[in-house]
Design a protein around this ligand. Structure first.
Ligand SMILES: *[C@@H]1O[C@H](CO)[C@@H](O)[C@H](O)[C@H]1NC(C)=O
Ligand SMILES: *[C@@H]1O[C@H](CO)[C@@H](O)[C@H](O)[C@H]1NC(C)=O
Ligand SMILES: *[C@@H]1O[C@H](CO)[C@@H](O)[C@H](O)[C@H]1NC(C)=O
Ligand SMILES: *[C@@H]1O[C@H](CO)[C@@H](O)[C@H](O)[C@H]1NC(C)=O
Length: 660
């Protein structure tokens, strides 16, 4: 939407103030969600008994341990369409691969997993995970491992990797990575540390030396890597503007230096200037694209605007529109800055949409909308504020990965959170279409269930990141993937779909279809884990089919859910074979038993040396008999056996089968 249209729309909506109405009945959860913020490393014990309540576990993707949502929809019909984007983090200074939940995730509007970026990004933190328009295409963009801004295409392949190019030792900062100018340039915040100049110290009445974290940003041409604009705070934002910390002298030498600005959001105005959020100044700066000077300050110690409100420790400032008289901005007012001179500026965090009147000498600000924390608590650090295309607002509160959505009148219509330890810096909602380059993952297991020798095969399938799958179909194939016959089909049931059908298929292939019936992609040929009882008729029939090339297959095909006809009906003929086989096994069993008994008897006889000769004669004969038994068995059933461990276990079971 054009920015001016958006501006008009938003202003026409008028002032929407959400009343503080905690919407959660469970007092323990409510207290916990209001909890303070800490930057401790998040530890999750994947073997804890309650783990599976809070995390999804998939048969096909043991590498994914995606968190589950606690969701409350207050007015379902008002909720905007779109997927949820977030990236739970483990440790802002993460050095080693994290758990199966660390990194970017996409969920659908019911909290069902769509994509886990954990396998692709090796379980490392990602920040500012969202959809960006890059050269006219929607891509996933994020800051990865504090080192690069990366772009991932809709096939989930790495498209671009960008870094700051700073000759002063500046490093990419974790907060914000956005594309501008129709996705042709990248905006990147950076941080660098050095000692303050004497003039800066004098201006701030600081009579001691100070190491300072300075901030800056770059705008890159993505195609050429050229730095189009490079700005640094030193000499432009004075040390006296900071509200951090209540003991600045100490802070100059702790944590590597005084974090006097803490720049955490960067956006571009339609006029080409930049909007910079300085959390530790409680201020937003408009920075001139011509000379890098500050055009105006909103908030903080030197605000240029008259406003009957206040904010502090803000995050995610964005330009929402601009015309010749007004500028519309939005941000999350955390209202909380730990170790600041004044820690709290309000009794809860809230999202703000503000209209700035910039055409007068005495500039003014007006609150257009305010969205309070759903529990009346704080987003003590981090957080996000997003305006959705239908006029709804989507706010991320970091702790618990809690986010909430408000309709255009400011009513709370949706809130959702993960388990307490799991924090996400920003939460977003976007439309998204994913067509993964990787193939669907499938696993097939056959189980022989009862003494009737029936076999049930169960196939699980998933496709990490695929958004368009409506139906899954399982096909029976030969080992090389030829002779596909439909076995079962099922609507997609979530990230992972289970299809069960009676009968046994040694090799299967699973194929995805969209809602129009168009094939989207299929798995590799998957070998079914064999049932324990290999001598049942279904297995024998299947083995025969697998061996005979080009033979038709007379299975009854029906959707798994409604199918009551066995895939491999146990025919009278096969019963005959099974019965004969049983009798034979009995006979073999009796023979073997007899031979063993005789062998034991013979062993006793060896006590007397003069009887050894006759014992050895008997033993030779026994060995010969046993060989014969083995050969007979193989000839009888003509089963081609895979010479593996599993097989040996299974063939031993044949003696049990003979009792039937
Ligand atoms: C700018 O937008 C504001 C808010 O929609 C509106 O009140 C004002 O009249 C607009 N100014 C101009 C010059 O269009
Ligand atoms: C729910 O949202 C719909 C659509 O925005 C609206 O018409 C309706 O009044 C809302 N219901 C309540 C109870 O707020
Ligand atoms: C961005 O794209 C739109 C639509 O394709 C076009 O009208 C506009 O001029 C482009 N702006 C820039 C800065 O390239
Ligand atoms: C064996 O098969 C019969 C006929 O199909 C069925 O009625 C019976 O329940 C089966 N027995 C078991 C133990 O499944």
């Amino acid at each position: 939407m054009h920015r001016l249209e958006l501006l008009t729309l938003l202003v026409s909506l008028g002032y929407a103030h959400v009343l503080r109405t905690p919407s959660i009945d469970n007092p323990a959860l409510l207290e916990a969600r209001k909890d303070g913020y800490d930057d401790n490393i998040v530890k999750i014990d994947a073997n804890a008994p309650d783990h599976n309540q809070d995390f999804y576990r998939f048969v096909t993707r043991p590498d994914i341990d995606a968190p589950r949502w606690n969701i409350q929809k207050h007015n379902e019909s008002a909720i905007a369409p779109g997927y949820w984007f977030l990236a739970p983090y483990q440790d802002p200074r993460q050095k080693e691969r994290g758990g199966g939940w660390v990194g970017p995730h996409i969920y659908d509007g019911n909290g069902e997993l769509i994509w886990s970026g954990v396998p692709m990004l090796n379980g490392f933190d990602a920040f500012d995970f969202k959809v960006s328009n890059y050269k006219g295409q929607d891509m996933l963009s994020m800051i990865y491992r504090h080192e690069n801004g990366i772009l991932i295409n809709s096939q989930y392949e790495l498209e671009e990797e960008l870094d700051v190019q700073d000759e002063h030792g500046g490093r990419l900062n974790m907060h914000d990575f956005s594309l501008a100018e129709n996705g042709t340039t990248a905006l990147m915040l950076k941080t660098f540390t050095r000692s303050a100049e004497q003039a800066e110290l004098d201006a701030a009445d600081m009579e001691y030396e100070c190491r300072v974290h300075y901030y800056g940003f770059e705008e890159h041409d993505i195609a050429t890597g050229e730095v189009l604009f490079d700005w640094r705070s030193q000499g432009i934002v004075g040390l006296e503007e900071t509200v951090f910390a209540h003991r600045p002298k100490l802070a100059c030498h702790r944590d590597g230096g005084l974090d006097y600005i803490h720049a955490n959001a960067l956006d571009k105005f339609p006029d080409g200037d930049y909007l910079l959020s300085a959390r530790h100044c409680n201020a937003l700066f408009k920075i001139s694209a011509k000379d890098g000077s500050i055009v105006w300050r909103f908030g903080g110690k030197k605000s240029d605007f008259k406003w009957n409100g206040h904010f502090s420790g803000q995050h995610h400032a964005r330009v929402r529109g601009q015309n010749s008289t007004h500028t519309m901005i939005s941000f999350l007012d955390n209202a909380y800055v730990p170790s600041a001179e004044h820690v709290y500026s309000n009794d809860m965090s809230r999202g703000f949409l503000i209209a700035l009147r910039t055409d007068q000498e005495h500039m003014t600000a007006e609150t257009i909308a305010q969205y309070d924390h759903p529990d009346g608590g704080y987003a003590p650090g981090r957080g996000s504020y997003q305006t959705l295309p239908n006029g709804n607002t989507y706010v991320g509160w970091t702790s618990y990965s809690l986010f909430s959505e408000y309709d255009a009148d400011g009513n709370l219509i949706l809130e959702a959170n993960l388990r307490p330890e799991l924090k996400s810096y920003r939460s977003y909602k976007f439309p998204w279409v994913g067509h993964p380059a990787e193939l669907p993952s499938a696993r097939s297991v056959a189980v022989s269930t009862d003494r009737n020798s029936t076999v049930t095969t169960s196939v699980h399938v998933s496709w990490n990141g695929a958004t368009e799958v409506a139906t899954w179909k399982v096909y029976h194939t030969k080992a090389d993937g030829s002779s596909e016959k439909l076995l079962a089909s099922s609507p997609r049931q979530g990230f992972e779909t289970a299809l069960t059908f009676p009968g046994y298929a040694k090799h299967v292939v699973v194929e995805a279809y969209d809602s129009q019936g168009k094939a989207l992609g299929k798995s590799d040929v998957v070998k079914t884990v064999e049932p324990l009882n290999l001598y049942n008729a279904a297995v024998l029939e299947e083995d025969r089919w697998q061996q005979e090339s080009g033979k038709g297959f007379s299975a009854n095909i029906a959707p798994a859910a409604s199918s009551s006809t066995p895939l491999m009906p146990i025919s009278a003929g096969s019963f005959g074979i099974a019965f004969g086989f049983g009798i034979l096994c009995c006979a073999i069993g009796i023979l073997v038993g007899f031979l063993l008994w005789r062998a034991r008897f013979a062993t006793q006889m060896t006590k007397w040396p003069w009887q050894r000769a006759s014992y050895e004669k008997i033993k030779e004969k026994d060995d010969a008999d046993e060989t014969l038994v083995g050969e007979e068995t193989d000839q009888m059933f003509q089963k081609k056996r895979v010479p593996d461990e599993e097989h040996h276990t299974l063939s031993r079971d044949s003696s049990e089968g003979s009792e039937v």
